[in-house]
Design a binder for this molecule. Structure first.
Ligand SMILES: *Cc1c(COP(=O)(O)O)cnc(C)c1O
Length: 402
């Protein structure tokens, strides 16, 4: 079955006597046992729930994991934490040095104090990953393209390097989703998602997922999920299942909009640089074209001036100022103050993350409306202050406090 068919044609209600079309929400904590010594398939929803099982079966198929190879978590961070549990004190994790702020915090403030040796490598640079691997390395963790700077790592080569050192490769596939990139097919061992983003697509649930190829690894992840009690609840599982059905449609449309918007921004005089893997000459663009079905719908741009960036964001009407991305509604943010604020300023500088960087996530609105919104915001924010435009005067003279 092709991916788009699989999204809507799956066993939604295994064993359901009413033959419902949509998966029932098994809103229950406990399941009655017919025999006090011989438990049935389900006993307690922390360990397993039929609504969540349908979701997990679907996630395993979409990411090409093994049977029973997916677990749904209460958040992307819970999913990441379950993967970090594979690493013991004294062992090493090598992570891409342009990772999500929350992942950086988890590695620095949870994994490192627990005795794990954490190293960061610009995995998109030739040889950078191999230089950080040693015989104690258990896990390599990457994102591609990174968020928001769109640095591209070759998943196939990262898998080869990790395996050569005896380590597992985990890819956080939140940015592209399996509609565009399937890392397990390229040799990765583990795929992680913040399902809060594209998989759900409607910004109405926080969820995470881990999908693996190896049944023994799947058992370890399932053990941690149950032992730590981080599984996704039945209603949120249902919301995620519902959102997933339109994944391909949403991604296609959002990506088409992002391409148009990237071209518009690249041609605007107030924009000094656009970071989007879909633009010609983007570093690593050839790797992405070989491995993925497209660059996705998140992009970023620089203006050269943090106050100007802030003014642009404040003047957008359709693009709402929110953290997160991947929803059907378009959003805009200043990563240094929002999604990446948990990375200290000096580390952000070291990693060449500009303070004036604006990130956009393109939704499913009419793209002409979106371009018009950005255009008026860019033009207003860059026009000189006048008596008839008090807002402009306020913004250009007031100090920025964020
Ligand atoms: C948002 C995000 C996370 C964290 O997921 P939550 O669902 O917010 O816990 C992890 N990785 C990436 C790439 C993200 O964008």
């Amino acid at each position: 079955m092709k991916f788009e068919t699989q999204l809507v044609q799956f066993e939604a209600c295994p064993g359901d006597p009413a033959l419902a079309t949509s998966t029932p929400i098994y809103q229950t904590a406990t399941f009655v046992q017919e025999d006090p010594e011989q438990f049935g398939r389900y006993d307690y929803s922390r360990s397993g729930n039929p609504t969540r099982t349908v979701l997990e079966t679907q996630l395993a198929q979409l990411e090409r994991g093994c049977e029973g190879g997916a677990r749904a978590f209460a958040s992307g961070m819970a999913a990441l934490n379950a993967v970090l549990r594979l690493v013991r004190p004294g062992e090493r994790i090598v992570a891409g040095s342009d990772i999500y702020g929350g992942t950086f915090r988890l590695l620095e403030q949870v994994a490192r104090p627990y005795g794990i040796d954490v190293a960061f490598a610009p995995t998109w640079e030739e040889g950078a990953l191999a230089a950080c691997l040693n015989d104690r390395t258990r896990l390599v963790l990457i994102e591609t393209p990174t968020n928001p700077l769109q640095r591209i790592t070759d998943v196939q080569r990262a898998a080869e390097a990790a395996h050569h050192a005896g380590a597992l490769l985990a890819v956080d596939n939140t940015m592209l989703s399996p509609a565009l990139l399937r890392p397990l097919e390229l040799g990765a061992d583990i795929v992680i998602h913040s399902a809060t983003k594209f998989l759900c697509g409607h910004a109405d649930v926080t969820a995470g997922a881990v999908i693996v190829r190896d049944p023994a690894l799947a058992e370890q992840i399932a053990f941690t999920c149950n032992a730590e009690g981080t599984a996704l609840g039945p209603f949120d599982s249902w919301l995620l299942l519902r959102g997933l059905k339109t994944l391909a449609l949403r991604i296609d449309r959002q990506q088409a909009g992002a391409k148009r918007i990237a071209t518009f921004l690249a041609g605007h005089k107030a924009v000094s640089r656009v970071h989007y893997a879909g633009l010609p000459n983007h570093p690593g663009g050839d790797i992405l074209r070989r491995h993925a079905k497209g660059p996705g719908s998140v992009l970023a741009f620089e203006t050269g001036d943090r106050r100007l960036s802030r003014a642009i964001i404040e003047r957008c009407r359709l693009f709402k100022t929110t953290v997160s991305f991947g929803s059907i509604t378009s959003t805009i943010s200043l990563p240094c103050c929002m999604s990446h604020a948990s990375i200290p300023a000096d580390v952000r500088r070291e990693r060449a993350m500009p303070e004036d960087l604006v990130r956009i996530s393109v939704g499913i609105e009419d793209v002409e409306d979106l371009i018009e919104d950005l255009n008026q915001a860019l033009n207003l924010a860059t026009s000189p202050p006048t008596a008839t435009a008090p807002h402009v005067a306020t913004y250009s003279s007031s100090p920025v406090s964020v």
